[in-house]
Design a protein around this ligand. Structure first.
Ligand code: HEC
Length: 212
C-alpha cells in the first residue's frame, strides 16, 4: 500500500474511533453530579472506622446537637423493668430480644450476632392475613422472644450449628463452605406450627435515619 494513503486511512480510523467513543460515553459532567459520591452531601462524615455510623451529621446547630444526644442516649442505654427508680427508661418486657437498640445496631452499624444480641428470628406460617401480611405462629407470634423480665418465662432459645462441606476448584485446590442450621429449643409455650417458616435477621446500620 502507498505510504501516504496508509497514513490517511489510519487517521480516518482514528477520528472515526474518537467520534464513536464520544457518542457512547457522555461528557463527564453529565455522568454524575458533583459530590454525588458523598452519601450526605456536604454533611457527609469522612470516617472509615467502625465508628463511622455513630456520628451526627456534620454542621448541626446547638439545638440539633442536643436533640441528637438525647435521642442517641435512648438508643444506647439499657431499658429496665418497671417499676424502677428510673421512670425515663423503664417498661422493658415482659418479653424482649435485647435491652437496648444499640445491642443489635452496634455503634449504629450492623449487628454482631455472636458478640451481643444482633440476631433475631422472624416467624410466620403459610398464608396471609386480611391485609396481605404474613401470619404469625399461634403460640410464638411473628418473632421469637429469647429474653424476658424476672418472673416471666421467655418464649425459647435458638441454636446455630454449621455444616462444613468440602469442595474442589477445577484446578484441584480445595475449599469449604458452611451452611448454618438453625434449631429452636426450650420452647416454653407449646409447639410451633408444623409449617413454621423462619428468617434469621441481623440489625441494619442506621445511616440517614435520624439516629446515627
Ligand atoms: C433484637 C435486635 C434488635 C433490636 C433490639 C432493635 N433492632 Fe432495629 N432492627 C433489627 C433488625 C434485625 C432489623 C432489620 C429488620 C428486617 O430485616 O426486616 C432492624 C431494622 C431497624 C430499622 C430499619 C433500618 C433500615 O435501614 O430499614 C430501624 C430504623 C431500626 N431497626 C431502629 C431500631 C430502634 C430505634 C431500636 C430500639 C428502640 C431497635 N431498632 C432495636 C434488630 C433490632
Amino acid at each position: 500500500m502507498n505510504r501516504k494513503y496508509f497514513i490517511v486511512l489510519l487517521l480516518s480510523t482514528f477520528f472515526w474511533a474518537c467520534k464513536k467513543n464520544k457518542d457512547i460515553i457522555p461528557p463527564i459532567e453529565d455522568r454524575y453530579e458533583e459530590g454525588e459520591e458523598f452519601s450526605a452531601g456536604i454533611r457527609t462524615i469522612k470516617d472509615e472506622s467502625s465508628l463511622a455510623f455513630s456520628y451526627q451529621l456534620s454542621g448541626l446547630n446547638s439545638q440539633e446537637k442536643l436533640d441528637f444526644f438525647v435521642g442517641n442516649s435512648f438508643f444506647n442505654q439499657n431499658w429496665v423493668q418497671a417499676p424502677s427508680s428510673s421512670t425515663a427508661r423503664d417498661g422493658l418486657g415482659p418479653m424482649f430480644n435485647a435491652r437496648s437498640c444499640a445491642s443489635c445496631h452496634f455503634r449504629d452499624g450492623r449487628g454482631q450476632p455472636f458478640v451481643n444480641n444482633g440476631l433475631l428470628f422472624r416467624l410466620s406460617i403459610p398464608g396471609t392475613g386480611s391485609n396481605g401480611e404474613p401470619l404469625g405462629d399461634v403460640n410464638y407470634g411473628g418473632q421469637l422472644s429469647d429474653n424476658s423480665i424476672q418472673g416471666v418465662v421467655k418464649e425459647g432459645d435458638f441454636n446455630i450449628f454449621y455444616n462444613d462441606q468440602s469442595y474442589q476448584f477445577p484446578d484441584g485446590e480445595s475449599y469449604s463452605l458452611r451452611t448454618p442450621i438453625y434449631t429452636f429449643n426450650n420452647l416454653n409455650y407449646g409447639g410451633m406450627n408444623g409449617g413454621i417458616m423462619f428468617s434469621p435477621r441481623i440489625g441494619q446500620q442506621m445511616i440517614g435515619l435520624g439516629c446515627m
